[in-house]
Design a protein around this ligand. Sequence first.
Ligand code: FAD
Length: 462
Amino acid sequence: KPSVVWFRDDLRVADNPALRAAVDDGAAVALYVLDEESPGIRPHGGAARWWLHHSLTALREDLAALGIPLLLRRGPAGEVVQQTATAIGAGALYWNRRYGSAERTVDAGIKSWAGDAGLHASSSQASLLHEPWEVTTKTGGQYKVFTPFWRTISAQEFREPLAVPEKGHGFGGELPAYDDLESWSLLPTSPDWAGGLAEMWTPGAAAGHKRLAEFVDQGLSNYSEGRNRPDTDGSSCLSPYLRWGELSPFQVWHALGSRRSESASIYASELGWREFCWHQYFHNPDLATANLRTEFDRFPWAWPGSDGSGGQHPGHESAPEEFRAWQKGRTGFPMVDAGQRQLWRTGWMHNRVRMVAASFLVKNLGIHWQLGEQWFWDTLVDADPASNPANWQWVAGSGADASPFFRIFNPEAQRVKFDPQGKYIAHWIPEFGTPDYPEGIVDLKTTRAEALEAYKGMKEVH
Ligand code: FAD
């Protein structure tokens, strides 16, 4: 009997344990489900949809080379997977595990259906170096601080990546009806805002491997310095490839070779932050909507209020306009604005600038981190349900092992330090220094003091 291999956040044929198991089992049919209907599933943002379209196109070709058809179906995954398996008379289902609560509920439902229907259903570890339930503190709890977390897992060696499976027996049966990718309308039409994304990125595993090889060859040795410099190509730009699973963390880990150099070990620890975020998400499924440190529920965010109502932070009545200025890169603070424009144009923002832009939103504008998280969710090609909220909560001070609230990034000081020649600013804000560029929309000193005052107030209420 043929099997179904169900692709999710693992859009690759190399180092794909589910695919490997399916091919070893005989003829296989691949399935990808665009599920925006199962309860609790967070629909992809616009930039992510763009990436997904191109990534699926690349995956389809890679699978075709193995003689495996890729079926695309839209709908609640539970139903679609069952229908597909039934239609092809499958004997087995294979997939790689995912970690959101809504997704795990869907997967558990399918597994139980498969058991009842006499199908073999098997899941594998592919997207994280360590399964969240395997990494526990000495007392069996969840790590809430990064350093001991990473010390524990990085001391281990991780398995070698799996090779692409050999071309197996093709599926000789009749394929059930499936969707045309175009019918999903994942690409923007009018206006087509994706031109800048296409200039910067080539989605798909082949492009991911090329970038990884270039980075290891040319960027890695200088990473410890370069990673902080938005005016250079100092970081790897591998995040969307990891997000969509076009590259696996095992492939990246092993490509680093010896991790004895300072740069390689810092780079490896960034993969560790990725793991840490996913583990937090596994343990806190509502990471995008609830403060991990619940005292932040009392923080008087300017907009919306912590109860979801309108603004309440005195002095911030203009928060909605300030939010729009932040989105558009018109705050008058060039480090923030350059980042927001880079994000809008390319679907990516440098990590240093993400921290500065996020800090400015939550601390200087006093706007709720969830609004920033949602904007990033819609505009980042690497937006994922773990790293995005975990990092927003890190900046806001409400997260696990978060940056202390009183550490408020000064966008001007950050600019001088990390863009010393002004190259990054000049690139993204050509009108900088002319009358067309706005004045700062807030006073950094006053808003900083207000933020600290609000934090003090939050701590004092019992
Ligand atoms: P590199 O510096 O080359 O790092 C290598 C890889 O390590 C990255 O590709 C990424 O997979 C991982 N990584 C690095 N830093 C982090 C981190 N702090 N948290 C988690 N993983 C990390 N990253 C995402 O992948 N998706 C997101 O949705 C996301 N949202 C963010 C939101 C905010 C407010 C902030 C401050 C950071 C966010 N990050 C997110 C983390 C980080 O900014 C990006 O991973 C990084 O900029 C990607 O560029 P790179 O591949 O060149 O990174």
